[in-house]
Write a new protein. Sequence first.
Length: 430
Amino acid sequence: MKLKIFKRDLSLPRRVAGFGVLKYRLLAFLAVFGPGFITANVDNDPGGILTYSQAGAKFGYALLWTLIPTTIALIVVQEMAARMGAVTGKGLADLIREEFGLRATFFVMVVLGVADFGNIMAEFAGLASGMGIFGVSKYLVVPLGAAIVWFVVVRGTYKPVERILILFSLIYFTYPVSALLAHPDWHQALKDTFVPQISNHADYIVLVVGLVGTTITPWMQFYLQASIVEKGIGKRQYALCRWDVVLGCIVTDVIAFFIVVACAATLYTSGNHNISDAADAALALKPLAGRWAFLLFAVGLVNAALLSAAILPLATAYNICEGLGVESGVNKKFSEAPTFYWIYTFLIAGGAGFVLIPHLPLIKLILFSQVANGVLLPFVLIFMLKLVNKTELMGTYKNSLAGNIIAWSTSAIMIGLTVALIWTQITGGS
């Protein structure tokens, strides 16, 4: 009996020690958590929410299968950007300037700047649309939203700003709750997630291209790598940082899954197949899934617009300042990085201001920005793959043969889908 008691007592320190190791690893992960999670979640901006809503409204659960390859592609590209930031301590535009020269950098700066400006307008248009559901005028909410976003970023430092952005990212979980309230057919949803339904219908092809082809955008790589550098994540923290990236990619597409499910269970089932705005989807949910489902969907839309309106100008400011070789970063004061903050200010003010212009053809401007994104994406992916395979730059952290096969295949598919996306937008899906 004594021997048994002794053994039981001896196991206690081991359990305590095991808990201590687990606690240490959790704290270490939380120390690097943020850049990957935030970047991936911002991909679910108002334009993305509209695309997911249209997929659910037009084809029910049939397009859910696209989220699996989408998640894989997102993880592959985001991981490369994070790895380059952690290993080199430099942003993507910095590396492009140093390795490929000023001409390539100038091209990237100009095209990304134009594309992002159109996307920033789209975010503020999404904010106006989302708050319009509650009867709030865009002439009030857009300037107020721009002022809040500007103040939080410009007057804050990296850590508190990151915490606020993480909090905003967590608000996306209103969508799973909204989907649950819609009482979907879970058996059909899960079946269509793992068993692809292929159709040659023109609208189906356009939405497949939209769902997969717009997942990886150029600004995401610039922002993720710059935020990795600014947070001070290096080689030692990279293994944990990679989990931050993977978690972010999985969560963002899980959220996308629930947006599609919510609209499939309500709009598609009721025969309401055509929506032209994410706010339309929220309004349509009210009589079908109840007031709470509608409110949660609308809150998610407004949150997505504010979060994206904060991040996209930052990505552009990082890109331009790194390309010019001038100081940048949220941790710096306005006087220490004036170019960075003036660019950020101009993008916020300009994007919000354009939305307030009466009768401005916002749809055409947003279309133009998406085409510009599509033109730039192949170049960014090729730049990244060349950089990540440079031994003198990455050392033992360069891509393995298997990594290159996956990355180049992903890039080829994404480039093909992007070309198809541009074509469908130009031709109107005909």
